[in-house]
Design a protein around this ligand. Structure first.
Ligand code: ATP
Ligand code: LTN
Length: 334
């Protein structure tokens, strides 16, 4: 291992990733690959907190690995692995559970939101979700975690748990920092720009998925909810819909928000929406092509998964052994 700092992040294979996941997280996974030792996980255990169709979950797990690679995560540079392939994640969760208070978990925004949207299945795992996420991060001596804005609260809990453990026992965990992009940390729903774009939204017009084709993408942008004004400028508070489209356009076209505002000065909303759709479709096309090609080579993807799990396992096991020893779990001489 080099002397670069470690970066860890993950996405749940809980459905088809959206351009929100791409802009807020995956595109930054690619950009940060040279600066850090990167470890990217597919958080399948987290998915179980919401009811899943088993066959779809298995398929989404393989597809997410293909998507990481298609977006530019390089298996020669970064470790990619499936969370459930490394048992230390669940094991460290148990230890950290004994140091986490119910009040810390039931005030989490995501827990409150998901308890509302999955009222028929408010399970202990849903509440414990942030402790599993803290374990993911802390096992790898992680310095930085690139995430969208919605996950910031979970990183704060991770930091609290690391500090609590370090002060109760002795210095063990690195206390991680979040990396949240300046623009695009919270891509909003196309149907309701006051809500986060989410892959589990039941309205398919609310999100653009990473697997949508060009016609679907353009149609969804044409229907995007904006406002009754006619001017195009960046003001997330008063013009949430237009500002969201400007952010998406900026990320996909590589033009700054200021330049995009100039480019669309005096143009109508209709033309603007089509241009945003075209920029997104153009950006996603090579990713789609590569993803589909990768999915034809299951042996290649499985090979990367196995290799990734082995590398992750080695690092995670070391941290877990240290933790077990420090809390007083006895280990016999072998
Ligand atoms: P679900 O809708 O199933 O709860 P999710 O998309 O919110 O899932 P993940 O798949 O685990 O959750 O998200 C992976 C990463 O994508 C996280 O870093 C998250 O912050 C980021 N992300 C999710 N939605 C957005 C969004 N609308 N804008 C920016 N980043 C996002
Ligand atoms: N909870 C995250 C996904 C996730 C994650 C992580 C992100 C699971 N483990 C560790 C960063 C680091 C989400 O975005 N919903």
């Amino acid at each position: 291992m080099s002397d670069k700092k470690t970066l860890f992040s993950a996405v749940q294979p809980s459905g088809i990733p959206t351009i929100g996941n791409y802009v807020g997280a995956i595109s930054n996974f690619v950009k940060l690959q040279d600066e850090y030792n990167c470890i990217y996980s597919i958080a399948d255990l987290h998915c179980l907190t919401v009811r899943q169709d088993p066959a779809s979950l298995r398929k989404a797990t393989q597809e997410l690995l293909a998507l990481y690679i298609a977006c530019g995560v390089d298996p020669e540079k970064s470790i990619m692995f499936v969370q459930s392939h490394v048992p230390a994640h669940a094991e460290l969760t148990w230890v950290l559970n004994t140091m986490t208070y119910p009040g810390e978990l039931n005030r989490m925004t995501q827990y409150k939101d998901k308890s509302r949207s999955h009222a028929d299945n408010v399970n202990i795992g849903l509440m414990d979700y942030p402790v599993l996420m803290a374990s993911d991060i802390l096992l790898y001596n992680t310095a930085v975690v690139p995430i969208g804005a919605d996950q910031k609260q979970h990183i704060e809990l991770t930091r609290d748990l690391a500090i609590r453990f370090n002060s109760r026992y002795s210095d063990t965990f690195v206390v991680p920092e979040p990396i949240i992009p300046k623009y695009g940390a919270r891509i909003m729903s196309l149907a309701d720009p006051t809500k986060k774009m989410s892959k589990s939204d039941e309205n398919v017009n609310a999100f653009v998925s990473m697997y949508d084709d060009t016609d679907t993408i353009i149609r969804k942008f044409k229907r995007a909810v904006t406002d009754s004004d006619t001017k195009i400028y960046f003001d997330p508070e008063n013009k949430a819909g237009i500002s969201n489209l400007l952010t998406i356009y900026s990320v996909f076209s590589g033009v700054s928000i200021e330049d995009a505002v100039k480019e669309f000065d005096g143009k109508g909303y209709g033309d603007f929406k089509i241009k945003v759709g075209e920029a997104v479709a153009e950006g996603l096309k090579p990713i789609s092509d590569k993803r589909l090609a990768l999915l034809k080579d299951k042996a290649y993807l499985d090979g990367i998964m196995v290799k990734g799990a082995e590398s992750a396992f080695r690092i995670a096991r070391k941290t877990l052994s240290k933790v077990y020893r420090k809390v007083g779990l006895y280990s016999p001489e072998r």
